[in-house]
Design a protein around this ligand. Structure first.
Ligand code: ARG
Length: 468
């Protein structure tokens, strides 16, 4: 093994590591994407070392210069990794030392990969979780735009997957948009809580050197430094939280996926996908399949798996750092990637699809879906609701038994009559949903206004990094 191929811990060991050990323990294949954060973290550490007199300004600048070279090599894709580069931290320190000579050997002063990798991952989470939130905002915008555009179109609302009462399509679309507002909120809360710098915790116990964790925390733009070095290097709560947030987003996406699988079926026929967002069959020439919707439904499985996998890894881990913690990265990276991809694909699918509004209206206009309106009509005239329910229920039973159309039976009923029969006419029922937050045109117009301002506020929260 070449000199620069030595392990970071070679001094205490008689020989080099076994091939199988390296193969099994390396994390470079997946943690290399932390390189920008590792460089940022190292810069702050180096500036911090000079700040407390552990480096001369000259040494600091030499190391910062070497980190710039590493940055450029990474950007250009010309950084040469060695087989002995166990992880991204090892690789960058090794290269800095090659470039900076003896000053490079001071980069790791007072630092351990334990506080280093914890710092890098928190920097990564702050940026990437915010970018997931930004993607959600884009999807919410698509849902809002579609809601605005469909006006007072309506479809059946379902309970138990049985037609229940008609609702505006805009109301239905906004229901999903509000769901995602909670997801944005959760991501921002997770970012807020994880905004702690572990740098300066060392391997587990801090240092005999005069390090200043508050100074490096501020350099890195963290809200605060760690309170306890053991906690700082072993805490992965934020990864678990992020995985929960992402799993729940995945579950929300899966519900939309299922809905669109149904809506685009011949049986429902509520929506048609744009050709660019549908797939065909290799054997059946007539097929047009909603694969995006299906994968949005299906991939929730691995997102939940990523969360439960990490929780299981964390369970029972003694303080402080254990190599088990290296298992934090793959599920997190996968979850972020998958959710980002899903949101992009669903934005395209929903924004380009055609709603088949007459099919929706036809399905919603079955006379019995106005049954509750009939009962409420009676209530407004003094009939106790339970009695009204029974009167209308009996009419529904008769119409289903073939005694006549519901409007006809209502018109002839002594309790109801022709005025009530008008409620059964197409398009009437949905207009009667007038209460705040309800599914009819008046409350939905107000709701849409509220959602628009909510989205504006969230845009400011997500895009404008808080000034510390
Ligand atoms: N690759 C390791 C990880 O991601 C870095 C820390 C290794 N620390 C150690 N003492 N071996 O967790």
């Amino acid at each position: 093994m070449s000199d620069s191929g030595k392990t970071l811990w070679h001094g205490r060991f008689a020989g080099g590591p076994a091939e199988e050990l390296l193969e099994y323990t390396v994390s470079l294949p997946f943690d290399r994407r932390l390189w920008p954060d590792d460089i940022v973290g190292s810069r702050a550490h180096v500036v911090g070392l000079e700040h407390v007199g552990l480096l001369t300004p000259g040494e600091r600048d030499t190391i910062l210069g070497a980190l710039d070279v590493v940055h450029d090599e990474m950007m250009a894709g010309s950084f040469a990794f060695l087989p002995s580069d166990e992880d991204i931290h090892t690789a960058i320190e090794r290269r800095v030392t090659e470039i900076a000579g003896p000053a490079g050997g001071k980069l790791h002063t007072g630092r351990s990969r334990n506080d280093q990798c914890a710092t890098d991952l928190r920097l990564w989470c702050k940026r990437e979780l915010r970018s997931v939130a930004a993607r959600i905002l884009e999807f919410q915008k698509v849902l809002l735009q579609r809601a605005e555009e469909v006006g007072n179109a309506y479809l059946p609302g379902y309970t138990h997957m049985q037609r229940a009462q008609p609702v505006l399509l805009a109301h239905h679309l906004l229901a999903h948009a509000w769901t995602f507002a909670r997801d944005v909120d959760r991501l921002l809360a997770t970012i807020e809580r994880l905004d702690v710098s572990p740098l300066g915790a060392g391997a587990l116990a801090g240092s005999s050197l005069p390090l200043d964790p508050a100074f490096t925390a501020a350099q890195l733009g963290f809200a605060r430094p760690f309170e306890n070095s053991l906690d700082a290097v072993s805490d992965r709560d934020h990864v678990a939280e992020a995985l929960f947030d992402l799993a729940l987003i995945g579950i929300h996406l899966s519900r939309i996926g299922e809905e669109w699988v149904l809506w685009t079926s011949e049986e429902f026929g509520f929506a048609r996908l744009d050709d660019a967002y549908a797939t065909g069959s290799s054997m059946l020439p007539q097929k047009k399949n909603p694969d995006i919707a299906e994968l949005a439904r299906g991939k929730s499985g691995r997102l939940i798996g990523n969360l439960t996998g990490l929780l299981t890894t964390l369970k029972g881990l003694p303080l402080a750092y254990n190599r088990d913690l290296q298992e934090d990265k793959e599920p997190l990276f996968d979850a972020v990637d998958q959710v980002r991809l899903a949101l992009g694909a669903l934005c395209g699918m929903v924004s380009t699809a055609t709603f088949v509004l007459d099919r929706m209206a036809e399905a919603a206009d079955s006379p019995t879906s106005a049954a509750t309106d009939l009962a409420e009509w009676l209530v407004q005239r003094g009939t106790p609701f339970r009695e009204a329910h029974a009167i209308v229920g009996a009419l529904v039973r008769r119409t289903l038994a073939g005694d006549g159309g519901l409007a006809e039976l209502v018109a002839a009923d002594p309790n109801l009559g022709p005025e009530a029969a008008a409620l059964v006419a197409p398009g009437v029922s949905v207009r009667r949903r007038t209460t705040p937050g309800g599914a009819g045109p008046e409350p939905v117009a107000r709701q849409m206004e509220r959602f628009r301002s909510h989205l504006e506020r969230d845009r400011a929260r997500v895009h404008v990094a808080p000034v510390r």
